[in-house]
Design a protein around this ligand. Structure first.
Ligand code: SP5
Ligand code: ZN
Length: 360
């Protein structure tokens, strides 16, 4: 292993997840969270000399540390129940996709009962129509979680930096909801594993272009895990639309341990790197024993899912800011959808972190 690299946890099992596109404003479209992403990232890292290791398999009970067991059970069984109900033949939909949602203001206040129809069950845990479930989705999501958990275990054993090549991504999955192309929250699982392994305080920095509403939800009431994020302003019309504003600061014992730095569409490197510096200062003030970075590179100029316009050099400079915290660091892959630039952005960011000495 060259001194400018660190271990990558990756598995070909990500290929089991083919969402088959997404439904956006009612229209089936190809979608951008595609199988090629996982393979392009691996190829670029291998070419750059990063050593690649397989994840260890973990018992699904690990998932219950951050997720509602009922949601995990839903994800495990949803596809088979969908097929058994005949939807692939009539009306001709071979992926699990919702059509109704139990909004709290639209259901009477009585103990929740799971609806009988699989088509209605599809709306119980997801926030949107863009996060379809196919035959291998649950298996791939488990393997992505395995990558993040394995990276956490390597950090607990003394690794200075590890990259978990998670696909599907995770930061839009909360304790009892999933969405935004995410099913299980890989970064939250890694942070919780670090806590369970004996670290007293952990910090998360989320660089994905979108707010990590799932990660925020999981840790919103907790003081031991800081969640901090720079993302495109949801108030300017961007996903996840309802959450991710600057006044969301945590609740109860978690008050002050949640930091949102929304930035304007088209802001480019300057304001984004200022926000990254703010996140870095908050992490240092939290005095964590380790750092988990939700590394989405969908903020990059040219990405089809965000308007931020960050340059490759911007990502390198963000990595140098994080390296300057000198913390054991786990990078967890989130978004990044420009297939021509994805591999280069990930390698550039991780290489800059290693060159700045962040992995020692
Ligand atoms: C993990 C992650 O980055 N999830 C982000 C999902 C954002 N999805 C927003 C809605 C999709 C709209 N895509 C249509 C693009 C047309 N230009
Ligand atoms: Zn994103």
């Amino acid at each position: 292993m060259s001194s400018q690299t660190f271990p990558v946890v990756w598995t070909e099992r990500h290929r089991l997840h083919d969402p088959g596109g997404e439904v956006w404003v009612g229209v089936p479209i190809p979608g951008t969270e595609v199988i090629a992403r996982g393979d392009l990232i691996r190829a670029a890292l291998a070419k750059a000399g990063f050593p690649i290791v397989d994840p260890a398999a973990h018992d699904p009970s690990h998932l219950h540390r951050v997720h509602d067991p009922a949601m995990v059970d839903y994800l495990r069984t949803a596809y088979n129940n969908w097929v058994a109900a005949g939807y692939p033949e009539d009306p001709g939909q071979d992926r699990v996709v919702p059509y109704v949602f139990p909004l709290p203001q639209a259901v009477v206040d009585r103990p929740f009962r799971l609806p009988a129809a699989p088509s209605a069950r599809a709306g119980v845990y997801t926030t949107d129509t863009t996060t379809l479930i196919g035959p291998g989705t649950y298996a791939a999501a488990l393997s992505a979680a395995d990558c993040a958990l394995t990276a956490a275990e390597m950090a607990l054993r003394g690794a200075g930096a590890v990259y978990a090549a998670c696909r599907p991504p995770g930061h839009h999955a909360g304790r009892a909801f999933f969405g935004g192309s995410c099913y299980l929250n890989n970064a939250a699982l890694a942070a919780q594993a670090l806590r369970d392994g004996g670290m007293d305080r952990v910090a998360l920095v989320d660089l994905d272009a979108h707010h990590g509403n799932g990660t925020q939800d999981i840790f919103y009431d907790r003081a031991d895990v800081l969640y901090s994020s720079v993302h495109v302003d949801p108030g300017a019309g961007w996903f996840p639309h309802f959450v991710g504003f600057a006044d969301e600061a945590g609740r109860g014992p978690g008050e002050g341990a949640n930091l949102n730095c929304p930035v304007a569409p088209g802001c480019g490197d300057g304001p984004w790197l200022e926000a990254v510096a703010t996140l870095g200062a908050a992490v240092a003030a939290h005095r964590p024993e380790a750092l988990v970075v939700s590394l989405g590179v969908d903020g990059a100029a040219g990405d089809p899912e965000s308007p931020l316009g960050i340059s490759p050099d911007g990502f390198r400079r963000a990595a140098e800011t994080l390296a300057g915290l000198y913390l054991p660091t786990i990078f967890v892959q989130e978004g990044g959808y420009d297939l021509d630039r994805l591999g280069g952005l990930v390698v550039g960011t991780l290489s800059a972190f290693a060159s700045a000495g962040g992995h020692r």
